[in-house]
Design a protein. Sequence first.
Length: 543
Amino acid sequence: MPSEKENLDELVRRFDQLKTIRSPWENQWQDIRTLVRPHAEDFNREGQRSQRGQRKSQDIYDGTAPWSLEQLAAGLFGFMTSPAERWFTLAIKGIPVEELSRPIIDWLELASDILYNEFANPNVKFHSAAHELYLDVGAFGTGVLLQEYIPERQQLLFTTEPLSSCWLAENRYGDIDTCFRSSRKTKRQLEQEYPESVLPKEVLEHKDEDHEWEVIHAVFPRTDTITSEFNITMPFASIHFLKQPNEILRVSGFRTFPYHIPRWSKIAGEIYGRSPAMVCLPDIKSINQVMKTYIKSAQKLVDPPLMIPEDGFMMPIKTAPSSLNYYTPGTDPMVPLTTGAQLEAGADVMARLSDKIAKGFFVDWLLQQKNNLEMTATEVIDRRDEKLALLSPVFGRLQNEMHGPMIRRAFDLMVQHGRIPFPPVEMLSLPLDLVYNSAVSRAQNISKAATIQRHLQQDVIPLAQIDPSVLDAIDLDEVVRELALLRGVSPRVIRDTAAIAQIRQVRAQQQQLAQAQQVGLDASSAVKNISESQRNIAQANAA
């Protein structure tokens, strides 16, 4: 059996191996970090943090790419995880809502509300972390979100980790199940975070209290051979260790993988994702170079170089307003150097490049610009939904790799800590499922809902005016349920089949009673009319 020291050496070897696998991506990521996402951590600083407070946008001459990335991230946040609406709900897999009992429906809605309210809690920091994650996904193609539970606060906590500090690996199914994350901590921070550990002598005796030590947090399946000596019972191992000096700080585990790592798009055989910024990178580099040259050309036109004779002027030449320059009488005057530059050509090139970059980040789809066309509110919504539906592959990947695992882990953590009430006994054997109710999900369903509505309006109603019996072919109850499902309406507002049947039975009884009363009134009126007629006849005969 290998010793703990040998297992630690194996961990370090595995970490170095993951760094080697990731290294071909880093030059491209660094270019994107420089020109598109300058506030991200630097990929060229081995084991170091970027200097705090450092100005990071000095290499950007055109702001189209950073602005487009911000618009893309804001669009993803608003359309997929908007705090203004409940963008998901729990359901029972394979069973329609109308077939569930009222206690199960009520519990599903209650559990969904508890989860949504937890995500909406500002102390949980989900919204800020999600927006930062969307920025990383749009820029680098891969983002890393850490979800923890803080027992002392009785709440979740979300943190977006820098991609520059994370090294990943996939399982056989293409899911990321391994993450080695590097962080820098001082001796004081190590003592606070790992009070149960005895820090190495090298750390304790270091003279610089602010010196930062590299800590690696490794999370991977317990079934990996590295865990043979670590006595881990959870499905995922969690090991914190110092890189230099090599020392184990903490060994624990997780019931579910704590990192949620979405990728914008992916090529088979690759671990890390591809992004819109990668597609636009040649245009982004070009527009920055063109803008840099354009600025120089404009400066030369506004404040051109001067042509002066070799002799005759007293140096230095002063170009400030109201300056005086002295020269020898008879000397030729100073004249500006005319370059013949045409700024219009450069402006046209930059406009085309800027438009390509904005479209590469789908800004024209997300902002729904009218292009000087007068459209009704319905037409605007329809156009937006059509374009969002075209992004379904991207949204589907984000849901599969981020939202689904994130909600399932949150549910597991909150059940584990007693934050969600025990479900009805009748649903204990039923599998839970997720239904997404965001604007994106509705956009993907809107075409089906529109098809149903068009069929009713264009086909059924005109025929019903000729022959009302055609309505017998339409199950209007099912139409209402289907439209409610496609539009994300809460199941609470839809009655189940038993309640509907009871209401209709009561209504039918009331109608029968009303009809019976009406028949009785009609009979009484007829008898009264006959009596009056006989009385009138008798009076007439007597007269």
